[in-house]
Structures are given as structure tokens and as C-alpha cells.
Write a protein that binds this ligand. Structure first.
Ligand SMILES: Nc1ncnc2c1ncn2[C@@H]1O[C@H](COP(=O)(O)OP(=O)(O)OP(=O)(O)O)[C@@H](O)[C@H]1O
Ligand SMILES: [Mg+2]
Length: 259
């Protein structure tokens, strides 16, 4: 779909989104972009699990999802976080519509590794029709990363990977990850541009860890002739000024030696 922009908004930044975040979205819409937002909800899920007295564990940046954890994921993602983000966008004059990946059969998934991760899904199929209908009418779909298994069981999908799947399913031209750091950091310095090869090196060296692992993997998996670069930016400050994004650019080209 022409001029389509998928923006993943991290749960990590949701309560700290700056005015500039909304201004950047308004600006992009003025420039003719159709925007889909996929959101995470890591801290809200952890908070709810703490209140439920349930321990939570991560493996390779993915949350191990028991049936009890899944219940918290649905409550936090489809309930609290999705509704809050829709309200905040509406307040800024952005016509948001809250959905989960289960609406309109949007995201179909299989178990990523049932034994090790439990109810964590890997998206196998995207049905973008509902998103297209909303985008054509000028709405901003806001999608919580829940998918349905073949037997319609609910699966928790890492929001970065869900955003990547949505971007591919819509043949979007742009994918942007909004998070709580400026981009990929190496020794506290922002890496402005990085290739898939260097990302793998950084993961093995432990420079990229935790939630940055699925994020970079999701970014790399979407690179194509249609979507030539993916950006990671911070939601704490302006990420779109003078037609440019500020953060880390992930592209297929090996970065210049000077970097
Ligand atoms: N090299 C790195 N550069 C920057 N951040 C990194 C790096 N390695 C690991 N991280 C961690 O990755 C985090 C971002 O991923 P995280 O999953 O926590 O946030 P998110 O994806 O925005 O939110 P959510 O998972 O709730 O959607 C950073 O806050 C940082 O702690
Ligand atoms: Mg994350």
C-alpha cells in the first residue's frame, strides 16, 4: 500500500511520550503518510504480574508466557495500554482506532517455541484488509500485539516482530521503532547507521541485548526493495525534523568504514 508507515511504539516509552512525538505524527500525516501504530506494553504487563504475584522471566528478549501470564498480557495490552494510547492520540487530534491482531483475522501465528516460551506466537500470516479499510477512511489503527493460533488460542507476540509482520503484510514503505533510547547505543554513543552483519556481531558481543534483540531482528527481517531502511528512534524527543529521522538507521548496505 502506497505511502504507508508502520510505527511501533514501545511500552517502555508510553508514559513518557513527548509532545514532539504527536507533532511528528501530525507532520507525517500532513505529508500524506497513512499511519499504523503497533504498540508494546512490557512495563504494564510486568506491573500487572507483580500485582498478581506472578513471577515473569525473559529469554532472548521474549517473555515466557504461561496461561496466567497470557491473561495479564491480554488485560494490559488489549485493555489498559491500547485504550490509553488511543485516548492520548485522540487528544492530539489524531483519529485513532484501537484493535488487537485478532480483529478482522489480522495476525495468525504458530508457537515460537512452546516448550521453552509457552504461549508466545510467531506470526505466520497477515490479513491486512481491516487495516486498509481504516486507512482509506483516514483512521490511525492502533494494534495490540496479540495473535490467534490455528485453533484460535490467544498468543502473545513480541510487539517489534508484530510490527514487522504488519509492515510486510501491508507492503508498507516505512517502519519505525519508537523506544526509550535514542537508537542502538555502543559504549553510550548513538550508532547512526548499521547493517544486518554488524547487528549480528553486536548481538554476539553482547553490545545489543535484551529487548533490543527482537527489535533489531524484526528490523532486519523487513528489509526489502520496497522497505530499504528501518529506523529506531526515541519517543522522548522529536524524531522527525526537517523531513529527517533522528536515531539509528538499519539498512542492507554495509555501513561506511568511517562509522
Ligand atoms: N545496544 C543497545 N542500545 C540501546 N538499547 C539497548 C541496547 N542493548 C539493549 N538495549 C535495551 O533495549 C531497550 C529497548 O527495548 P525494550 O524491549 O525494553 O523497549 P520497547 O521495545 O521500546 O518496549 P516494549 O518491549 O514494551 O514494546 C533499551 O531500553 C535498553 O535497555
Ligand atoms: Mg521490546
Amino acid at each position: 500500500m502506497e505511502n504507508t508507515f508502520v510505527l511501533k511504539c514501545g511500552g517502555s516509552i508510553l508514559n513518557n511520550l513527548s509532545e514532539n512525538f504527536y507533532q511528528s505524527i501530525l507532520h507525517m500525516r500532513e505529508q500524506g503518510w497513512k499511519i499504523v501504530i503497533v504498540h508494546g506494553g512490557g512495563p504494564e504487563i510486568t506491573d500487572l504480574l507483580t500485582r498478581m504475584n506472578v513471577e515473569t522471566e525473559f529469554s532472548g528478549g521474549q517473555r515466557k508466557t504461561t496461561p496466567e501470564v497470557m491473561e495479564a498480557c491480554e488485560m494490559a495490552l488489549a485493555g489498559k495500554v491500547n485504550k490509553k494510547l488511543v485516548r492520548m492520540l485522540s487528544e492530539h487530534g489524531l483519529p485513532a482506532v484501537g484493535l488487537t491482531g485478532q480483529d478482522g483475522g489480522m495476525l495468525k501465528a504458530e508457537f515460537l517455541n512452546q516448550e521453552h516460551l509457552g504461549l508466545v506466537g510467531k506470526v505466520t500470516q497477515v490479513e491486512p484488509e481491516l487495516l486498509r479499510v481504516l486507512l482509506d477512511k483516514g483512521f490511525i489503527p492502533v494494534v495490540a500485539p496479540l495473535a490467534a493460533a490455528e485453533n484460535y488460542q490467544s498468543l502473545n507476540v513480541n510487539a517489534d516482530l508484530a510490527a514487522a509482520a504488519v509492515a510486510k503484510g501491508l507492503s508498507a514503505n516505512r517502519l519505525l521503532f519508537v523506544t526509550d533510547v535514542q537508537g542502538i547505543l555502543k559504549e553510550k554513543e548513538l550508532v547512526k547507521e548499521i547493517s544486518p552483519e554488524t547487528i549480528l556481531e553486536y548481538i554476539s558481543a553482547g553490545i545489543i541485548s535484551g529487548g533490543m534483540i527482537p527489535k533489531t531482528e524484526a528490523a532486519v527481517s523487513t528489509l526489502s526493495d520496497q522497505l530499504k531502511e528501518v529506523m529506531i528512534v526515541s519517543g522522548k524527543s522529536a524524531f522527525f525534523t526537517n523531513g529527517e529521522f533522528i536515531g539509528t538507521k538499519i539498512g542492507r548496505q554495509k555501513e561506511a568504514l568511517s562509522q
